[in-house]
Design a protein around this ligand. Structure first.
Ligand code: C2O
Length: 549
């Protein structure tokens, strides 16, 4: 493969949306930032230079980082942050992946404006498993806040309440015509009739799973999270934060004499507030013969219909039908035997309200979120260094529970005690352990979908269902042939999901809900995968410019 060099300058950038101007943090003064483009097999070197007063890290979301956990990016997990006027070069090789992923800041809520696409093209001389599209277009969803999101989350952490929600969703940084003072900031997808476009769709929003649709057009999913799928046609998509999806858009064979809106808005089943606004963009056909077809904006405009806000039935149907391509060239290597089983409850809970504070959680407590009742506390040094240099003492313990401490009816009325424990615990896995993990939504404070993201691995979604997981009955229904392979998948609201992965990547790997508010409240944990016996099964040593805490 080739070597690709990038420089990401973290800088302030004045941005005006909805008639509010803010100085946002950005990469190279662009929001979204530049796409990182590489081919499968390439080595990528990204020098990140921090010119702002905030500490920063960048995560290459979905990149396997085989043996290069040092380049993964979550702050205090694989590295200490890059401080003001310092730099760090992320150095990794793209192995066995091609498709769309995303990069984003991985500290506090900085990814609200520090994010962009990762576009991995097939190796030279290799083609897509579908006809070559006429054009490829990234479609990146984000969120715009009229105020500084860092202040929003700082305030929420202080009062123990839910944070304020964003003021708009964006497509490629633009909120679109359904918001006040925003019609000039509208994403336009200009197309020709009778062509196929590859849309590289990325949900980089902070806190919301999104439905997406283009009026009068069907979308065919061909890849999710940089893994090819069996082609699957749908009028609407569901995409959670952290997920990516390549879809084919076949335009109408003839100039349609109309314009079409594309829209995205939240899927939400929880109790609190959320941004229930809608971002729209325009699908605009260029006239086949007249390049100055002047009446384009006078054409009839069609709007899509999206599933209802709490459209869990649609979500279930959609996510159940997605399947790995699983052919001889792109096999689905689903672990058929399991070495270790884990059952994690994921959901909200409480911690005590600090003195002299009015907290907004249940019974005056402070909101928290937890996995198996542990609300994960980030250490003040990076876990990976502590692990690698044998200095875990006082940083983390390796006794993360494989099962919840107190089993209860997870989808029934909540237990009286919603208190969770703050701790920094990890699961330790031997190299090449085959893991089965069932994640169960607890419905404490309401059933809510949690898009769980695992760093360092793809996993296979072998089963999902509603109600309480039944270890005696449900495994018989698992799909071990062509389940979807992903790095982020929603634990269904009021239900469970079963995933399998092979722990073939040594290092420390974060797993968390990709709704930033839940991550911040502690819905996160870490896996430690030990080195294997062979030299090529060991974590590489840290780079010399790795930031210090
Ligand atoms: Cu996309 Cu841990 O993150």
């Amino acid at each position: 493969g080739a070597t690709r060099h990038y420089t990401f300058n973290i800088d302030y950038h004045n941005l005006t949306r909805l008639c509010h101007t803010r100085s946002v943090l950005s990469v190279n003064k662009q929001v979204p930032g530049l796409p990182l483009v590489a081919r499968e097999g390439d080595q990528v070197l990204v020098k990140v230079v921090n010119h702002v007063s905030n500490n920063v890290t960048i995560h290459w979301h979905g990149i396997r980082q085989l043996r290069t956990a040092w380049a993964d990016g979550p702050a205090y997990v694989t590295q200490c942050p890059i401080r003001t006027n310092q730099s760090y070069t992320y150095n990794f090789t793209i192995t066995g992946q091609r498709g769309t992923l995303l990069w984003h800041a991985h500290i506090s809520w900085l990814r609200s404006s520090i994010y962009g696409a990762i576009i991995i093209l097939p190796r030279r001389n290799e083609s897509y498993p579908f006809a070559k599209p006429y054009k490829e277009v990234p479609i990146i969803f984000g969120e715009w806040f009229n105020v500084d999101p860092e202040a929003v989350i700082a305030q929420a952490l202080q009062t123990g309440g839910g944070p304020n929600v964003s003021d708009a969703y964006t497509i490629n940084g633009l909120p679109g015509p359904l918001y006040n003072c925003s019609s000039k900031d509208t994403f336009k997808l200009k197309v020709k009739p009778g062509k196929t476009y590859l849309l590289r769709i990325i949900n980089a929003a902070l806190n919301d799973e999104l439905f997406f649709s283009i009026a009068n057009h069907t979308l065919t999913v061909v890849e999710t999270d940089a893994v090819y799928t069996k082609p699957f046609s749908a009028d609407h998509l569901l995409i959670t934060p952290g997920q990516t999806m390549n879809v084919l858009l076949a335009t109408k064979p003839d100039f349609p004499n109309s314009t079409f809106l594309m829209e995205a808005r939240a899927y939400f089943t929880g109790q609190g507030t959320f941004d229930n606004s809608t971002v729209a963009g325009i699908l605009e056909y260029s006239h086949p013969t007249s390049s100055n077809y002047l009446s384009l904006d006078k054409l009839p405009l069609y709007k899509p219909t999206l599933p209802p806000i709490n459209g869990t039935a649609f979500v279930t149907n959609f996510t159940r039908q997605l399947r790995s391509l699983a052919n001889s060239k792109f096999p689905a290597n689903v672990p058929q035997k399991v070495d270790r089983k884990f059952f994690f409850t994921v959901g909200l809970g409480s911690t005590p309200c600090p003195k002299n504070t009015t907290c907004q959680g249940p019974n005056g407590t402070k909101f928290a979120a937890a996995v198996n009742n542990i609300s994960f506390a980030l250490p003040s040094v990076a876990l990976l260094q502590a692990y690698f240099f044998g200095q875990s003492n006082g940083v983390y313990t390796d006794d993360f529970p494989a099962n919840p401490p107190v089993p209860f009816n997870y989808t029934g009325p909540p237990p009286n005690n919603t208190m969770v424990t703050n701790a920094t615990k990890a699961v330790v896995l031997a190299y090449n352990t085959s893991v089965e993990l069932v994640m169960q939504d607890t419905s404490i404070l309401g059933a809510e979908s949690h898009p769980l993201h695992l760093h360092g691995f793809n996993f296979f979604v072998v089963g999902q269902g509603f109600g309480n997981y039944d270890p005696n009955k449900d495994p018989a229904k698992f799909n071990l042939v062509d389940p979807i392979e992903r790095n982020t998948f929603g634990v269904p609201a009021g239900g469970w999901v079963a995933i399998r992965f092979l722990a073939d990547n040594p290092g420390v790997w974060f797993m968390h809900c990709h709704l930033d508010v839940h991550t911040t409240w502690g819905l996160r944990m870490a896996w430690i995968v030990l080195d294997g016996p062979q030299p090529n099964q060991k974590l590489l040593p840290p780079p010399s410019d790795l930031p210090k805490c």
